[in-house]
Design a protein around this ligand. Structure first.
Ligand code: NAD
Length: 487
């Protein structure tokens, strides 16, 4: 299996390499084999990318928003036309099952390009009546923005960050996760093919040090990071010290609350989506599943039955429902949390082992895992695992479960399953989380804001909120009379 790109980086409309950069192997998580080798960006490459973006941005910002939008919408069409090929690339990069990447990854990036390409034409400033004189506001771009991606949704992340940035008239330098460097390069080529002027979307590869170099560069006006809370603290601290704009999309340990009156099959479907999709590597996952006493045992039995039927295996087989984890380190981390859960006294109700899969012995697989009898103070109840490990808790009353659900440093997401709609809205209003669901879980359409409360982040991606985060407001007072000067 090979997926060697033409070169490591994409700058000013062309592939660029600098072999002096540290070698960065791209590993197929299903087998552990190296499918490509690229280079981490040197200082020279970082400078080239920032300079290309700085050069290209002013002319782009002067275009009419609908003209910028037209290019984004053209790129969305190309993404859709190449969906199958891009989904395969994403599966090779991430190990995620092709049945997911075919529907969720390039398609979600395309949605972002289409949405922001359309929305920006009607995203205007305000007219403010001052009784004779007036004022107006202009929504102006920030300039050069940096996007730093995580490895679980690589092309989606590149699309979610670049589309609102470009639509608003900014230029972007994007650094994918070192684990998944390939699909952002494909997106960059597609932008060029769609007519995006050179220099507006640049991709540089590398580890955290390259992210740091980009985020601290004096030309850069904004940094948008998707990653873990510890990385977010570092990058937000850096951005703050340099007075740069910042959006942080970070981790979570989100609650999913299932009341007695919920539709059992839907609640189980929601809980499985909230824990096993993308092999559990989703920031918004509802990893703390609180089930009310009256439904708890039936929920656990039927959940186990449905979980046993999950097909784990070859990610490129369209029947496979769960692929491996991203890499060896993540594999070790998830397995160690499973051990911790057992030692802490939680009941390993299902899974927990490495499945034996012929031909995939070198892959980073783990079974979908369910812990029951979990208590709120256990580490598996408090720390983000980022793998297919569900913790099931019992609860009695609404007040009790809301307090327990909120007892976390995180606040990315939350979900409620119930047929009692007043209760659904009441509980959601009390939960300290930015992205919530009633009677479903983990859907993130581009039309609605996405982001976290508390330690889970700052700012929002998607929706018109993202255009606000990629722009700054200029207020203009217009005098229609004489200047009333006391001098
Ligand atoms: P990570 O924090 O290890 O890395 C994220 C990115 O930051 C990578 O590109 C990495 O190279 C870069 N980076 C690392 N150190 C840096 C530094 N000092 N300066 C600048 N950049 C630096 O996260 P990960 O392991 O790639 O992703 C998993 C995490 O991301 C989980 O915590 C998950 O919850 C979170 N996540 C959040 C969202 C969201 O939208 N809220 C989405 C996906 C993933």
């Amino acid at each position: 299996m090979k997926a060697q790109p033409k070169a490591s980086h994409y700058i000013n409309g062309s592939f660029v390499d600098d072999e002096l950069g540290r070698a960065l192997p791209v590993i197929y998580p299903a087998t552990g084999e190296t499918i490509a080798t690229i280079h981490s960006a040197t200082e020279n490459v970082v400078e080239l990318a920032i300079e290309a973006a700085r050069e290209a941005q002013p002319a782009w910002a002067r275009l009419k928003p609908v003209e910028r939008g037209r290019i984004l919408r053209r790129a969305a069409d190309i993404l859709r036309a190449r969906n199958d090929e891009l989904a395969r690339l994403e599966t090779l990069d991430t190990g995620k099952a092709i049945q997911e990447t075919l529907v969720a990854d390039p398609a979600s990036a395309a949605d972002a390009l289409e949405f922001f390409g359309g929305a920006v034409g009607s995203y205007n400033g305000d007219y403010i009546d001052l009784g004779g004189s007036f004022a107006y506001t202009r929504r102006e771009p920030l300039g050069v923005c940096v996007g730093i991606g995580a490895w679980n949704y690589p092309i989606q992340g590149a699309g979610w960050k670049s589309a609102p940035a470009l639509a608003m008239g900014n230029a972007m330098v994007f650094k994918p996760s070192e684990n998944t460097p390939l699909s952002a390069l494909a997106l960059a080529e597609i932008y060029t093919e769609a007519g995006l002027p050179d220099g507006l979307f640049n991709v540089v590869q590398g580890y955290g040090d390259v992210g740091h170099a980009l985020a601290s560069h004096p030309v850069v006006a904004k940094v948008s990071l998707t990653g873990s809370v510890p990385t977010g603290r570092k990058v937000l601290g850096l951005a703050g010290s340099l007075m740069k704009h910042a959006t942080m999309e970070l981790g979570g340990k989100s609650p999913l609350i299932i009341f007695d009156d919920a539709d059992l099959e839907n609640a189980i479907g929601g809980a499985m989506l909230a824990n096993f999709y993308s092999t559990g590597q989703v920031c918004s996952n509802g990893t703390r599943v609180f089930v009310q006493d009256g439904l708890h045992d039936r929920f656990l039995d039927r959940l186990t039955e449905r979980t046993k039927a999950i097909r784990i295996g070859d990610p490129l087989d369209p029947d496979t429902q769960m692929g491996p984890l991203i890499n060896k380190a993540q594999h070790e981390k998830v397995l160690s949390y499973i051990e911790i859960g057992k030692q802490e006294g939680a009941t390993l109700h299902h899974g927990g082992a490495v499945p034996a899969l012929q031909g995939f012995e070198g892959g980073f697989y783990v079974e979908p895992t369910i812990f029951a009898n979990v208590t709120d103070t256990m580490r598996i109840a408090r720390e983000e695992i980022f793998g297919p490990v569900m913790a099931v808790f019992r609860f009695d009353s609404e007040d009790e479960v809301v307090a327990r659900a909120n007892d976390t440093e995180f606040g990315l997401s939350a979900g409620v399953f119930t047929r009692d709609l007043p209760r659904a809205h009441r509980v959601i209003a009390d939960l300290q989380a930015g992205s919530c669901w009633i009677n479903n879980y983990n859907l993130a359409p581009v039309e609605i804001p996405f982001g976290g409360y508390k330690q889970s982040g700052i700012g929002r991606e998607n929706s018109l909120a993202a255009l606000a985060h990629y722009s700054q407001i200029k207020s203009v007072y217009v005098e229609t009379g004489d200047v009333a000067s006391p001098y």
